[in-house]
Design a protein around this ligand. Structure first.
Ligand code: ATP
Ligand code: MG
Length: 499
């Protein structure tokens, strides 16, 4: 019969109640038993507040162990967990609350009044970063649980809003469990592992990859409020795995404390949510002897592809489909699979693919083909060894003079220049060409090469239509908390270059 994330966790809590699920900064341990007890307590509170199976429980709280207990409590009672980015305020928050219509909301005490004004008929609980608030105010536990089927919705996660308004993706218990098991298998993650958890927990990476895997495997999380290099290095001596976004690795490489000695106990470094810089992949190997394992996923699907645990991890590639998942490169018009080497639309089918966009059947129909494939919105190609490479988002593709320009191809050549730390290639409106190519550069050591030098360098590497017509230098690419470059923001900033 179907085993969801909650029952997998429950099994672990029964098998080894005294094992730490979390080790905190101050040295305290939160055991599997502690976590289960707290989840059951919160389950009682939520039930008493009227939450029934299928009801949404929205949580916009700072990262804490009790926030994880709240997530488990919602799963326990068959509710739909809805985590919200802590950065959302005012009208943004209003949008999510109106859209999701939660039965209960858990917020930071500082926001309780504002949320009260935004909603009616909603039970409001408070929870701060230390775990205090009205969500801790009861001792009664609810020890029964609502058995979930694979088809029941478990969570609604809103996408990051990189390409437009955030969409609520309805994920089922089957989606979460299948993806968790595919990842456990692919990365050989077990109860022996000790995971450094420094990611936010309102996003698929920190919540469903990191937490689900740890709790289902019965592992221990070394819990951090957020990313800081020293905190990570301090924990590495007793940890085995780190899951990070690319900026974690860029920043770790800037520290002299990142050495072979420091990583002796580690077996795996994972990167995802945004493209890892090839230079970081290489320098990280030189410094530590570890090849960072890059994987590819998104809110609607969880993880789709990964570089191999055993075998070659290829820089610039996101590897191969996870067990049980199909990830193809298709002709965007017909959905037909394309041969290796050709860039097309990346499409995914499998038990990991979300059920639907919340209250948005039109969008669901647009993005899901009749044959079950989900159109990810990313473009890429398979190389002849079956490794998938991402060329960029469909919405970031540049059409210049009728020709397609894939930003990644140009960015990689620019990034190879020793004076360039990183780049973002974007399309800017152009009277003759429709769009023209602009490269936004970040200097590696204060000074980028001249436009003439770059033009010369690219002249024999790229067709004329792919070569940037203008270069701009900025100190830092705009990124969100998950390290995703905000190209829409760059397009806006440089919109007038050709006018
Ligand atoms: P929205 O869908 O609202 O525009 P979003 O796509 O950024 O926002 P997420 O679901 O958080 O929201 O992010 C998924 C996207 O992140 C993927 O579609 C892909 O573009 C990018 N991504 C994830 N992992 C990688 C990776 N390893 N390399 C390159 N891109 C990645
Ligand atoms: Mg998306």
């Amino acid at each position: 019969s179907f085993q969801g994330i909650y029952t997998a966790f429950l099994d672990r809590a029964e098998q080894h109640p005294d094992k730490p699920a979390f080790e905190l900064k101050d040295g305290r341990h939160i055991t599997y038993h502690d976590l289960l007890t707290d989840a059951q307590r919160i389950a009682h509170l939520l039930t008493r507040a009227g939450v029934q199976p299928g009801d949404r429980v929205a949580c916009q709280v700072k990262k804490s162990v009790r926030a994880v207990a709240a997530y488990l409590a919602v799963l326990q009672i068959g509710g739909i967990y809805l985590p919200l980015n802590t950065a959302y305020t005012g009208t943004e928050l209003q949008y999510f609350l109106d859209d999701a219509e939660p039965t209960a909301v858990v917020v930071d005490p500082a926001n309780a009044v504002a949320v009260r004004d935004m909603t009616s008929d909603v039970a409001i609980f408070t929870l701060d970063a230390q775990g205090s608030g009205t969500l801790s105010a009861c001792e009664t536990r609810l020890t029964t649980f609502a058995p979930a089927t694979a088809e029941d919705p478990a969570a609604i996660l809103y996408t990051s809003g990189t390409t437009g308004r955030s969409k609520g993706a309805v994920l089922t218990h089957g989606n979460l469990a299948s993806n968790c098991h595919a990842l456990l298998e692919a990365w050989e993650f077990t109860g022996e592992d000790r995971l450094i958890h420094a990611l936010p927990i309102f996003h698929i990476h920190g919540l469903f990859v990191a937490i689900n895997m740890s709790l289902a495997a019965g592992a221990t999380m070394l819990w951090m409020d957020g990313f800081d290099v020293d905190g990570i290095v301090d924990r590495m001596s007793t940890a085995t795995v780190l899951m990070g976004v690319p900026t974690f690795y860029t920043r770790m490489l800037a520290s002299e404390r990142l050495t072979r000695d420091a990583v002796q106990n580690m077996r795996l470094f994972v990167s995802g949510s945004a493209p890892l810089l090839t230079a970081d992949f290489e320098v990280f190997y030189e410094r530590t002897g570890h090849y960072i394992l890059e994987r590819y996923g998104m809110t609607e699907t969880g993880m789709n592809t990964t570089n191999p645990y055993h075998g070659e991890r290829r820089p610039g590639s996101v590897g191969q489909p996870l067990p049980g998942i199909e990830a193809i490169v298709a002709d965007p018009k017909t959905g037909e699979e394309m041969p290796a080497g050709q860039i097309g639309s990346i499409e995914v089918r499998g038990p990991n693919v979300f059920d639907r966009y919340w209250r948005n059947p039109d969008k669901t129909r647009e993005e899901k083909r009749d044959n079950g494939f989900f159109i990810t919105g990313d473009q890429g190609y398979y190389d002849t060894d079956g490794y998938l490479h991402i060329s960029g988002r469909s919405k970031d593709m540049i059409i210049s003079g009728g020709y397609n320009v894939y930003p990644k191809e140009v960015e990689q050549l620019l990034d190879d220049h020793p004076l360039i730390a990183e780049s973002a290639v974007i399309g800017i409106p152009h009277a003759d060409l429709g769009e023209s190519v602009v490269a936004v550069l970040v200097a590696a050591n204060g000074q980028v090469p001249s436009d003439a030098e770059l033009t010369g360098m690219l002249a024999d590497q790229l067709a004329r239509y792919k070569q940037p017509r203008a270069y701009r230098v900025i100190t830092e690419l705009p990124r969100n908390v998950m390290g995703k470059v905000q190209k829409a923001q760059l397009r806006e900033e440089f919109a007038d270059i050709f006018t």
